[in-house]
Design a protein. Structure first.
Length: 278
């Protein structure tokens, strides 16, 4: 009887944009579930830590950039952050004989010296996020989500622009093609790059003002890849989550998820301060 094992490991990594790659530590390619698992990617994983109950499963995956589909630019831009990961043990003689060991997502990806390392976070990681509703004067919904219900595809609430000036790695942009929108209209809104090195990346608008013939837009953080002159991006109208903005700018006060009449915190302290002055 041979002592050689026929068990190999296979990983499938799917980015948010739909790109899916398969890797295996076997010396030949495997294929199942419509995914080709390639052996030349240089991917390996440490021991998988799994626990009962609601404990968070975790491990690390690391590899060498021998796959053309994984580039340092994409890693630096964050295109692989949060990608869905599945890990199987599979009999390479009969891939129908397999079991799913892990399902989760990539955490922070670190790249150095031609190799990358990423934390794998299990499905129970989502339970660490704060749950419930916050009672606050400002709206707790995100513009356009299931609670807000505002249709951002309505005319006037989004626009495409062309990059005419790039500063600070793309954090500050000079744009053309936004005539007809008042200054500040896109503040707190989303900027999504449509082509060029930053295609698919996005950011939140910090400042939106008109300077001469160009529209100056400053993002809270530069995209992972700097855009080029002539690239296009789409800007969405911004919401500061105030009741007046919801009512006047979006005509959506019926779905406002805040409590504008809620007294502020300093109102609760005011009686105590006045009593201390007597």
């Amino acid at each position: 009887m041979s002592a050689a094992t026929t068990i190999a490991r296979a990983w499938a990594v799917r980015r948010a944009d739909g790109l899916c790659l398969g890797f295996t530590d076997h010396d030949m390619a495997l294929e199942f579930e419509g995914i080709a698992f390639r052996p030349e990617a240089g991917l390996s994983a440490q021991a998988l830590v799994q626990g009962l109950g609601l404990a968070v499963d975790n491990t690390e995956v690391q590899g060498v950039l021998s796959s053309d589909a994984i580039t340092p630019g994409d890693l630096a831009a964050g295109r692989w952050d949060g990608a869905e990961v599945r890990l199987w043990e599979v009999d390479w003689r009969d891939v129908a004989q397999r079991r799913l060991l892990f399902r989760g997502a990539l955490g922070e990806v670190v790249f150095a010296g031609g190799a990358y390392r990423a934390e794998l976070r299990g499905l129970s990681e989502a339970l660490n996020r704060p749950q419930g509703r916050v009672f606050h004067a400002r709206c707790s919904a995100m513009l356009g989500d299931g609670q807000c219900r505002f249709d951002l595809s309505q005319a006037g609430y989004s626009a495409e622009a062309v990059v005419e000036l790039v500063e600070e790695g793309g954090a500050r942009l000079g744009l053309s093609g936004l005539d007809g929108h008042a200054a500040g209209w896109f503040e707190h809104g989303r900027a999504e790059f449509l082509d060029g090195p930053a295609a698919g990346l996005s950011g939140v608008v910090k400042i939106d003002r008109v300077t001469g013939e160009l529209r100056e837009v400053e993002l809270w953080a530069a995209p992972g890849a700097a855009p080029r002159l002539g690239d296009r991006l789409r800007l969405g109208a911004g919401c500061d989550k105030q009741a007046g903005t919801c009512r006047g700018k979006f005509l959506n006060f019926l779905n406002f998820r805040g409590f504008p009449e809620l007294p502020p915190e300093d109102w609760l302290l005011a009686p105590q301060v006045a009593r201390g002055r007597r």
